[in-house]
Design a binder for this molecule. Sequence first.
Ligand SMILES: [Zn+2]
Length: 398
Amino acid sequence: MNMLKMMLFGLALMWLSACGSPAEPIDSPTQPASAVAPSTASSPTGAVPADSKMPTELSKIRTQIQAALDRYMDAMNRGDETALANIVDQDNLTFKRVQNDFLKSPAYSWKGRNPRGTVTQVQVVREPYVKVWLTETVRGNHIWIFKWSDRGWLVSEPDEEELGARTERETDKFVVRYFEWDEALVDGVVKAVSEAVDAAVANTGRKAVAKFLVRMAPTFQTQSGRSGIGVAASYNSSAKMLSIRSPESFGGTFSGIGAVKSVPDIQHEFTHLLVDEAIAPRGTIWWVNEAFAHYFTDDLRPATVRASLSNKVYSLKDLNQLEVEGGVQQTDLYIRAQGTVAVQYMVEKLGGRDKAWAWLIAEAQIRDFNESFNKVFGVTYDQFEKGWQEFMKQRYGG
Ligand SMILES: [Zn+2]
């Protein structure tokens, strides 16, 4: 769909897509493949005969999984799809797709980054699944699931029917819906959601109108919207639902910090809910929504803004043309970061927090930047654009 059509026939449509909080990619990734340490892929360690039973001794499991992890890291380092297929569960189609996308992702790929992982702890969840705590050299700490198979240990995730019943935990502000698989984590998640809500209310001065749903998924297959590796959480406007990943899962720990990181991610998505409720039943343009969520989560990403400015100083038109559906490109993250500074400019230079929200609400009704800027801030489209670009260069340039 082209942008003009979208603007004419329903900005609300954009709301139906997930507005995930993207993990920040590591800057300037690639070194030439030739500079990379020698491959360990040919190591036979961890290979097992087809009829072998899953080992029971934890130290043995740990040693074998370390060898499997080395092969995974090597495949990722070389960007080798075939080698990756030998160490990733090919029966779980969603997980297989996510891993292939990760391997090729312009923003997140580990190709040429020489990733090295160290298993720090293993825990048998239930045969054939083992939860593995590991630390690696690109993004930090993770919790992954390895599955025992007739091909030895594979990086995997359980199928939906293996996760147990869906159950709910209700508080006075929200309901967390989760799988039995995550039962041991739900107290911590309730605490994280409460903290995120309190922080968002403090930052925005706004509250949720009604009790909302938080859906926690331990696997990519069960994640609402089936979002890719870089999306830690998302908000679905029509369902008034926040979707989060289990803090002990591949997707939930991709940003490297696990449960602690989930507070800002949840706060980001909850801020989308506040935006949604502020302008309901109308919608707003994609970047505005993201910019409010980033700014009011104290997630300005100054390093990304600085890097983006040396790439290009964007215009409001560039921002309006952005909508990220599938894979995240570096440019998308640059545009988003500059959009966030537009909200910072509103708050810090054009009249404060409440005025920024007043503009958001006015713009959703008027749907014309020139008119809404004039009405709320007393500036024209051109004045706003110039003022924001100058502010950005002064604050983050050079
Ligand atoms: Zn978002």
